[in-house]
Design a protein around this ligand. Structure first.
Ligand SMILES: NC(=O)c1ccc[n+]([C@@H]2O[C@H](COP(=O)([O-])OP(=O)(O)OC[C@H]3O[C@@H](n4cnc5c(N)ncnc54)[C@H](O)[C@@H]3O)[C@@H](O)[C@H]2O)c1
Length: 341
C-alpha cells in the first residue's frame, strides 16, 4: 500500500481524492494540504477517511510514511513544489501543466532524472476509454499510414474571468490536453504549427489578453497533418471528439452521454447531450491515471506520462501563441532554438 498526500484540494484535488478512495486499490490518502483549508475542506477529508489535514504542504513532505504526492495546487506552484517534493524523496504526480516556463520545466526534468523517483504529469485523457481505443487501433496498424488527425475540444462554459487572467492563456490551460493528445494518438512529434485565434464567446476574455476560440493546424514529423478546434463554450456541453484518418481507413470517437437513449417522435429524433464537463466525462480516466502511477511505483516501471511529455505540449503551445500573435507558421525548432534546447 502506497501512502499518498494531496497538495491542493480545489476542483481537481477533490476529484483525485474521491476517485482514489473509490477506485484505486493500492494507495491510501494519508494527508491533504491547502493554505485555504476551511471547515468544508476538513469535512470533505473526513468523509474520505483522510487522517491529516494541513494548511502547509511541507508537513506532507516531512511525513516519512508518505511516499508519493499529488500536486493539485495552482499552476504557479507545480514546478517549485515538484522540486521540493523530489528533494524530500517523494514520487510525484503533477497536474498539467508542469509550468508555463520552459526553463522551470527543464529544472524539474533535470532533478527527476537524477533522483530515480517516479514523475507523472496529469494528462488524464490518455487514460480515457475512447481515446485509448483510437490509440490501440493506430498502434495495431488498423488505419495504415496516418494522414489526418482531427480533434474537437470545446468546453461547456468559459471559466471565470479571474481564472482566465492567471491561466496562462487558452493554449496552456485548455489546448495543452489536445496537444498532448495529438502526440499520444500519432506517436509522433509536432514539427510546425499554424494557429488562428479569435474572441467569439466573451469580450472580457479578449480584454484579459486571451482568445476563446482557436483552430490549430500542425505538421507532424511522421508526415501527417493534425487539426484541433477549440472553443471555451459549446451550448450543448463538453464536446470531445477525435478521428485518425489513414491509408487503410479511419477511426473516430464521439462523445459519451449518460445514456444512449434516442427519442424519436413527430418533431424529430433526439439523443442526450454529451456529459457535462471533465468531472463527469473523465472520472474513470482520473482513476486510471493514478492506478498507473501507483503501478509504476510498486513495480518500478517508467511512468506512462513523463516529464518530457509535460514539456513538449508547452513548446507546441508557445509555437501556437507566436503563430497567432505574428500570423505565420512557427516551427518547434524555432521555439527550441530560443531556449537553447
Ligand atoms: N487534468 C485535468 O483535467 C485538470 C482539470 C482541472 C485543473 N487541472 C489543473 O490542476 C491545477 C489546479 O486546478 P483547479 O481547477 O483544481 O484549481 P482550484 O483553484 O480549484 O484549486 C487549486 C487549489 O490549490 C490550492 N493551493 C494554492 N497554493 C497552494 C499551496 N502552496 N499548497 C497547497 N495548496 C495550494 C488553492 O487554495 C486551491 O484550493 C491547475 O494547474 C490546473 O491546470 C487539471
Amino acid at each position: 500500500m502506497i501512502n499518498i498526500g494531496i497538495i491542493g484540494i480545489g476542483r481537481i484535488g477533490r476529484v483525485h481524492g474521491e476517485s482514489i478512495t473509490k477506485f484505486v486499490k493500492n494507495a491510501k490518502i494519508k494527508a491533504v494540504a491547502d493554505p485555504f483549508l476551511n471547515e468544508d475542506g476538513k469535512k470533505w477529508a473526513a468523509s474520505l477517511g483522510i487522517e491529516n489535514t494541513y494548511t502547509d504542504y511541507k508537513k506532507i513532505l516531512a511525513d516519512k510514511d508518505i511516499s508519493a504526492v499529488l500536486i493539485c495546487a495552482s499552476t504557479d506552484t507545480h514546478a517549485p513544489i515538484s522540486i521540493e517534493a523530489i528533494n524530500a524523496g517523494k514520487h510525484v504526480f503533477c497536474e498539467k501543466p508542469i509550468d508555463h516556463s520552459v526553463k522551470k520545466i527543464e529544472e524539474v526534468m533535470d532533478i527527476v532524472k537524477r533522483s530515480g523517483l517516479k514523475y507523472q504529469v496529469g494528462f488524464n485523457r490518455r487514460f480515457d476509454h475512447n481515446f485509448k481505443a483510437i490509440k490501440d487501433a493506430v498502434d495495431a496498424g488498423k488505419i495504415g499510414k496516418q494522414q489526418i488527425i482531427k480533434i474537437t475540444s470545446r468546453d461547456p462554459e468559459a471559466p471565470p474571468i479571474e481564472y482566465v487572467k492567471v491561466s496562462g492563456g487558452i493554449f496552456f490551460d485548455m489546448t495543452i490536453h489536445d496537444f498532448d493528445m495529438v502526440r499520444y494518438l500519432s506517436g509522433s512529434e509536432v514539427d510546425e504549427v499554424f494557429a488562428v485565434g479569435s474572441v467569439t464567446v466573451d469580450p472580457e476574455i479578449g480584454k484579459a489578453g486571451d482568445i476563446d476560440t482557436a483552430v490549430i493546424t500542425m505538421k507532424l514529423a511522421n508526415g501527417a497533418t493534425a487539426v484541433i478546434d477549440n472553443c471555451r463554450k459549446a451550448v450543448y456541453g463538453y464536446d470531445q471528439r477525435a478521428e485518425v484518418f489513414g491509408t487503410k481507413g479511419s477511426i473516430a470517437i464521439g462523445n459519451d452521454s449518460n445514456s444512449s437513449a434516442v427519442l424519436s417522435n413527430e418533431s424529430g429524433v433526439t439523443g442526450e447531450k454529451p456529459m457535462y464537463f471533465f468531472l463527469q466525462r473523465y472520472m474513470m480516466a482520473y482513476a486510471a491515471e493514478i492506478n498507473s502511477f501507483i503501478d509504476a511505483i510498486i513495480n518500478d516501471k517508467p511512468t506512462a506520462v513523463n516529464a518530457n511529455d509535460g514539456l513538449q505540449p508547452v513548446l507546441i503551445g508557445l509555437a501556437a501563441k507566436k503563430s497567432v500573435d505574428e500570423n505565420r507558421p512557427v516551427t518547434i525548432a524555432e521555439i527550441k532554438k530560443s531556449f537553447d534546447l
